[in-house]
Ligand binder design. Structure first.
Ligand SMILES: Nc1ncnc2c1ncn2[C@@H]1O[C@H](COP(=O)(O)OP(=O)(O)OP(=O)(O)O)[C@@H](O)[C@H]1O
Length: 292
């Protein structure tokens, strides 16, 4: 099945389940070097949520994802993952060069066991979903950057994860391929219904893809805004960049730019930055009172 055949049922319109797939509570991370990357981060990603995280370079976005995935441990706070399976899509496609596209995707099944015929069928289905039917036998060097990233996404989704973590997967792609991949990922999210946590530098990408966007402050990273995106899916790519296509409930692009830009300068102390009923502040703000 092609992802173009996805039903038009909107994830934003579906009643959200009560499942809290990922919960970070008061999480901080200090590295051995002394660098404090994250400070007192509270975050919940529920089933049906696709949450993007934006923030200035070095504010701890990748660190946040690594903690959520269990690749690294928090210094303080707790992390709870309620998922049978979690997938991680890295900035680079990280494929095995000596294996074909199909065999790269099949690797997940090989590692977890199961019948060869079944894991091959699942790998084929995942490649079909990302639009790579006919490219099964190609090796990574024979694929374009966008196609390699699609293999990487197919590999992430083949295990049918409850939680999918994305570390700026489209950052290295050219603009046209990137827009195409965003559209495909939106369809996959609606089809597979995983809970998503997506790191990006692009505010428009975050708005286009997500049910919520979190804005982080400069390092040490804290979540200074939690902004629901009110639009139902499917969304036209123009909705994030063209103000005239936004519903009237959406806030002005100037507010977006202002929010993202000023997060570089320790936004939480700017009390007048967060205006309007749609902005939910960080759940807790020990030592830095956002709500006062
Ligand atoms: N293993 C590590 N040891 C020491 N410091 C680290 C380590 N990993 C990250 N850092 C530091 O933690 C801070 C946050 O890094 P991180 O990669 O999470 O930021 P980021 O927001 O993802 O950055 P970018 O947007 O540029 O990718 C940075 O100051 C970085 O130097």
């Amino acid at each position: 099945m092609s992802i173009d055949a996805v039903s038009t049922t909107s994830a934003a319109q579906r009643p959200l389940s009560m499942t809290r797939t990922l919960v970070l509570d008061g999480v901080s991370k200090q590295f051995d070097t002394g660098t404090v990357a994250l400070e007192d981060v509270d975050l919940t990603v529920g089933a049906g949520d696709f949450v993007s995280v934006v923030g200035p370079s070095g504010c701890g976005k990748s660190t946040l994802l690594r903690l959520a995935s269990g690749l690294d441990a928090a210094t303080t706070g707790s992390i709870e993952v309620n998922a049978h399976s979690t997938s991680y899509v890295f900035q680079e496609a990280t494929l095995l060069e000596w294996r074909s596209a199909l065999k790269n995707v099949e690797l997940v099944g090989e590692l977890s066991g199961g019948l060869r015929s079944e894991r091959r069928a699942k790998a084929q289905e995942a490649l079909d979903l990302v639009g790579l039917t006919g490219f099964e036998k190609q090796h990574p060097r024979q694929l374009s950057g966008g196609m390699r990233m699609r293999v990487s996404i197919a590999r992430a989704l083949v295990a049918d994860p409850d939680l999918a973590l994305f570390d700026e997967p489209f950052g290295a792609l050219d603009e046209i391929t990137r827009l195409h991949m965003q559209t495909e990922l939106q369809k996959l999210f609606r089809l597979k219904e995983f809970a998503g946590l997506f790191i990006t530098h692009s505010v428009s990408e975050a708005v286009y893809l997500s049910t919520r966007v979190l804005v982080m402050s400069g390092r040490p990273g804290r979540i200074v805004a939690d902004i629901p995106i009110p639009w139902s899916y499917p969304r036209p790519p123009s909705c994030a960049t063209n103000p005239s296509s936004r519903p009237s409930s959406a806030r002005s692009p100037r507010r977006w730019e202002s929010t993202h830009e000023r997060a570089r300068h320790d936004g939480p102390r700017d009390r007048d930055l967060w205006q309007g009923p749609r902005v939910r502040r960080g759940h807790r703000a020990r030592g830095r009172d956002l709500d006062a």
